[in-house]
Design a protein around this ligand. Structure first.
Ligand code: ATP
Ligand code: MG
Length: 423
């Protein structure tokens, strides 16, 4: 029997894992600069958490969750997104009681959605996200957006577009909802079956439909922005002013609604505008979710956050032809000839590693030629050659692969010599 990686998942192989380390490093650097601290929540949660927050009428809850009954007959779900677990933890750990508010958190980890597999869409993917909970100052909305953009910029991306919208509050949305139903109802048979269900369950989601987005009624649909209360409109304007103050350019898209029920006020997406990027252009999505803490039995604590997948970030880099410099290369390869030299080299290898010099040696007792080929393939910066004479005289031959220069170095001097040369 041949086993294969499950559909929609992938192995991150050594030729790529170093890029993931780079992205993870950027994420932790940026989050430290903005003072967001890491939180790690479990991979699975009670199913009801997602039903309550993400929403019963969403694609995620209706079609995409990996839900199972555990042996105690409890319904559990592999997390499809990160906000609900973080907010659950915020409430459970009474983080609203922390003196310094808002509480600023970030996470990086696998999410699971049963989706149709295509480029940029996986069933297990890694999301990086942040949540700032405990402030309804529009300035923090701008901070969160700026943070996301900083991560992409540090990864070298340039072809980016920020799109924002305001979803208003509950009252504004209720009025808009009535208008939407009135708008779509007369011609709803022309829409997909999902949209027909959405009409009365959650008509806002029709605007987010991937099948019907070309329908003429989409363009003429009542815009949420026209239904915002004065207060909501002022909030949205304040967010825009803070973005402008940071020189962050954006577009307003009144049809940007996001696929999760919990959003209100600010909603945003960051897209790739790169030519080489396929049909899916959204790299990052986020927004405000005031009221979620109360929804799961906690106190009032307004929040805003975003999530981006590392898979799509790396795809955007490919599309823009930007690459990281691989600094996970080999510093020193120790090549040996003969049994005595092999042991001698093995001990030296360990000494170099103890000095944090990235070192490897031969384990197959190959000829010198084969060992040198390995050193080449691994792009070793230095090769140390040890034969019987070297063991006798307690020296090594040290070759600088960039310059071709070779010199004899006393064993006791090897570590310091290489440290000097690597500076
Ligand atoms: P889409 O419209 O592409 O389905 P979404 O609205 O489901 O996105 P969110 O739930 O807001 O996306 O997730 C935020 C980000 O996570 C997306 O912008 C994207 O970068 C990433 N993402 C979402 N689903 C997947 C997936 N199946 N595979 C890889 N990345 C994903
Ligand atoms: Mg989706």
């Amino acid at each position: 029997m041949n086993f294969k990686v499950p559909r929609g998942t992938q192995d991150i192989l050594p030729q790529d894992s170093w890029k993931w380390h780079k992205v993870e490093q950027i994420i932790s650097d940026v989050c430290r600069a903005y003072r967001y601290s890491e939180i790690r929540t479990p991979i699975f949660e009670q199913t009801e958490l997602f039903q309550r927050t993400v929403g019963d009428a969403t694609d995620i809850v209706q079609k995409e969750m990996y839900t199972f009954e555990d042996r105690g007959k409890r319904s559990m779900t592999l997390r499809p997104e990160g906000t609900a677990p973080v907010v659950r933890s915020f409430v459970e750990n009474k983080m609203h009681g922390i003196p310094d508010q808002p509480v600023k958190l970030y996470y990086v980890g696998p999410m699971f959605r049963y989706e149709r597999q295509q480029a940029g869409r996986y069933r297990q993917f890694v999301q990086f996200g942040v949540e700032a909970i405990g402030s309804d100052n529009p300035m923090i909305d701008a901070e969160v957006i700026a943070l996301a953009l900083d991560v992409y910029r540090r990864a070298g991306l340039k072809d980016l577009k920020l799109v924002i919208n305001s979803l208003g509050d509950r009252a504004s949305r209720a009025k808009h909802r009535e208008a939407l139903v009135a708008h779509f109802e007369p011609r709803i048979e022309e829409f997909c079956s999902d949209c027909q269900t959405r009409l009365h369950q959650n008509p806002l989601r029709i605007l987010d439909c991937k099948k019907d987005h070309e329908h003429p009624l989409m363009v003429t649909a009542p815009k949420l922005t026209d239904y915002l209360s004065d207060e909501n409109a002022a909030y949205f304007e304040a967010v825009q002013n803070y973005l402008a103050a940071l020189n962050i350019s954006f577009e307003i898209d009144p049809n940007l609604v996001r696929g999760l029920d919990y959003y209100n006020h600010t909603a945003f997406e960051i897209m790739s505008t790169s030519e080489g990027f396929g049909a899916i252009t959204t790299l990052c999505g986020g927004g405000r979710y005031d009221g979620m803490t109360e929804e799961i039995g906690g106190p009032n604590a307004p929040g805003i956050g975003f999530a981006m997948s590392i898979e799509r970030l790396l795809l955007a880099m490919e599309a823009e032809n930007v690459t990281f410099e691989n600094d996970e290369l080999l510093d020193v390869y120790v090549a040996t000839l003969g049994e005595e030299a092999e042991k001698f080299g093995f001990v030296l290898t360990q000494q170099l590693r103890a000095a944090n010099i990235h070192t490897d040696t031969d384990f197959l007792q190959r000829k010198m030629k084969g060992q040198m080929k390995t050193a080449d393939r691994q792009q070793a910066r230095f090769v140390i050659v040890i034969g019987e004479t070297e063991v006798e005289q307690q020296v090594v031959q040290l070759k600088n692969m960039a310059t071709g220069e070779q010199r004899e170095v006393a064993v006791s001097e090897v570590v310091t010599t290489i440290q000097q040369l690597m500076k």
